[in-house]
Design a protein around this ligand. Structure first.
Ligand SMILES: Cc1cc2nc3c(=O)[nH]c(=O)nc-3n(C[C@H](O)[C@H](O)[C@H](O)COP(=O)(O)OP(=O)(O)OC[C@H]3O[C@@H](n4cnc5c(N)ncnc54)[C@H](O)[C@@H]3O)c2cc1C
Length: 485
């Protein structure tokens, strides 16, 4: 008889796991607490912009080694894949002003700090200091569990840390370099540093031929048109078509297991917010780490306690649709990341959606035929330890920040639509010791084959990291069960 798998959490991690278990011949029930699947890959429709749907969570995916492109092709979405507009680059805003983000960077670290684009941000002294990194002994700044600030600051100097790396860490990872574990922030760079004894060499190797070229950070991505929500929607549709059962609006509130604690006896019972009890042979938790810890506390305390603390960073996003012909020149390219402490700017990142993506510009023009030059901007707020700007003030603040970053005055009179979105639990900050804690957790989970724990807190932030983690799980399943993956 086929086994029954319960998957808790319908974000990307849960959807991919549900697909894998279904393919392995299991009966699968996917439970999602909110009204729809997708988690941090979500869209919202803007009434003030003709009902246009825009990304309010993830807006693109890293091309990386091609894992996500391969997945979307497999899902039949290759026609929907779009690349950013070429040649625009992005900007980095710091006490040094607004500059083009240096090409061939990783985590904000430029492969060639003496190149003109990096020198413009770092100054000559900062660039020279960074370029000396390859002469440092490999051990400098690299104790196990070292933070981004320790590794980058000690190896490349304060300027690289403050003006290039802190904007990326804050804007992309919603984290503080002083508390974010380096190995968790970029496993590839961490491995590269161990292998080559130099961060600069590691960046150049990983970035390959793009290092030092005009290719800017942020261009090694693809997206789906009309929005990234197409990915979870398609996974959902194919899951249902293949016989999977999806229940939305069902929060799992407790997990019990049959048999003696600590033994991997098949048999899990979950209780839901609707006072039901569901049983399963296999359990997949694809929810945030604190939820997983709480749910497993009674049933498998040794696993619950091994789940690393990865506090969430509260994030408030503002989407603005403006009628602004001055933005047709794409003054900040595809967008900008802002260094913490930059005078007069509170936002940490700005994406110029209609500059970065032609399909967005096209959709705006179709949705707003009477506007002269509709543009979409998205700004994000919320640095670790900082109070979020108030919801009723944030649109004005975003307009002021955008004006400074883009160097174009933007007024409330130009505003056609706006949306404020909160993400309280989606972005996780791996603390020092995170990687080691995950290794321990993996060892413990090996003794519990009927239990899986998934999510960006384990795989790494971002769609590419999740898809790659899922790929290796699918390969393992195929090997152990002899089924096609
Ligand atoms: C604003 C924002 C922008 C981002 N931008 C990008 C980007 O451009 N590119 C990129 O690659 N990545 C981006 N990311 C990161 C990426 O979106 C995430 O890493 C990824 O989507 C996380 O997927 P997940 O399945 O691990 O978790 P989630 O998406 O958080 O899904 C977890 C799911 O579990 C459900 N759940 C929780 N508790 C329970 C329960 N008790 N019972 C049932 N269900 C439960 C939740 O409702 C949720 O749907 C962004 C993230 C955010 C927040």
């Amino acid at each position: 008889m086929s086994t029954r798998t319960l998957v808790i959490g319908g974000g990307l991690s849960g959807l991919l796991a549900a697909r894998r278990h279904l393919r392995a011949g299991h009966r699968v029930v996917l439970l999602e607490a909110t009204g729809s699947v997708g988690g941090a890959i979500a869209q919202a429709s803007l009434p003030g912009a003709g009902g246009l749907s825009v990304n309010i969570g993830a807006e693109a995916y890293s091309i990386g080694a091609g894992a996500v492109d391969a997945l979307v092709t497999e899902l039949g979405l290759e026609e929907q894949v779009v690349a950013p507009r070429e040649g625009l680059g992005s900007r980095v805003v710091s006490s040094a002003g607004v500059h083009r983000a240096p090409g061939g960077s990783l985590l904000g670290i430029p492969g060639r700090p003496l190149a003109a684009d990096a020198r413009a941000v770092l100054g000559t002294a900062g660039a020279l200091r960074a370029s000396l990194e390859r002469f440092l002994p490999a051990r400098v700044g690299t104790r196990p569990g070292a933070t981004v600030a320790e590794v980058v600051g000690r190896r490349l100097g304060r300027k690289v840390l403050e003006r290039l790396v802190a904007p990326v860490v804050g804007g992309v990872h919603s984290a503080d370099p002083a508390t974010l574990e380096f190995a968790a922030a970029s496993p590839a760079l961490s491995r590269g540093l161990a292998e080559h004894g130099s961060l600069l060499v590691a960046v150049r190797r990983i970035r390959g031929r793009s290092a030092g070229s005009a290719q800017s950070a942020g261009t090694r991505v693809h997206a789906l048109s009309p929005t990234m929500a197409l990915l979870p929607q398609t996974l959902q549709a194919q899951f249902l078509a293949a016989g999977g059962i999806l229940r939305t609006g069902v929060e799992v509130v407790a997990v019990d297991r049959d048999g003696a604690p600590g033994r991997d006896r098949a048999g899990w019972t979950v209780r839901t917010s609707r006072q039901e009890e569901l049983t399963a042979d296999r359990l997949v938790l694809a929810c945030p780490p604190d939820t997983a810890r709480e749910l497993l506390q009674e049933a498998v305390p040794e696993i619950a306690q091994a789940i690393p603390q990865a506090p969430s960073a509260a994030l408030r996003l503002v989407a603005l649709v403006l009628d602004a012909p001055a933005l047709d020149a794409f003054p900040s390219g595809t967008g900008a990341l802002v260094a913490p402490g930059t005078a007069g700017i509170r936002g940490k990142a700005l994406t110029h959606g209609s500059a970065k993506w032609e399909h967005v510009q096209q959709a705006l023009r179709e949705a707003l035929p009477t506007a002269r030059s509709p543009h979409l901007l998205r700004l994000s707020y919320g640095r670790p330890g900082e109070q979020l700007p108030a919801r009723d003030e944030i649109v004005d603040l975003a307009l002021a920040d955008a004006s400074r970053i883009l160097g174009v005055p933007l007024s409330p009179a130009q505003l056609l639509a706006s949306e404020v979105i909160d993400w309280d639990r989606a972005m996780r900050q791996p603390q020092p010791g995170h990687r080691a804690a995950l290794d321990t957790l993996t060892e413990l989970l090996a003794e519990q084959p009927s239990l899986e724990l998934l999510g960006s807190w384990r795989a790494g932030t971002g769609i590419d990291a999740i898809v790659r983690a899922e790929q290796s799980l699918a390969e393992d399943t195929a090997l152990s069960e002899g089924t096609p993956s």
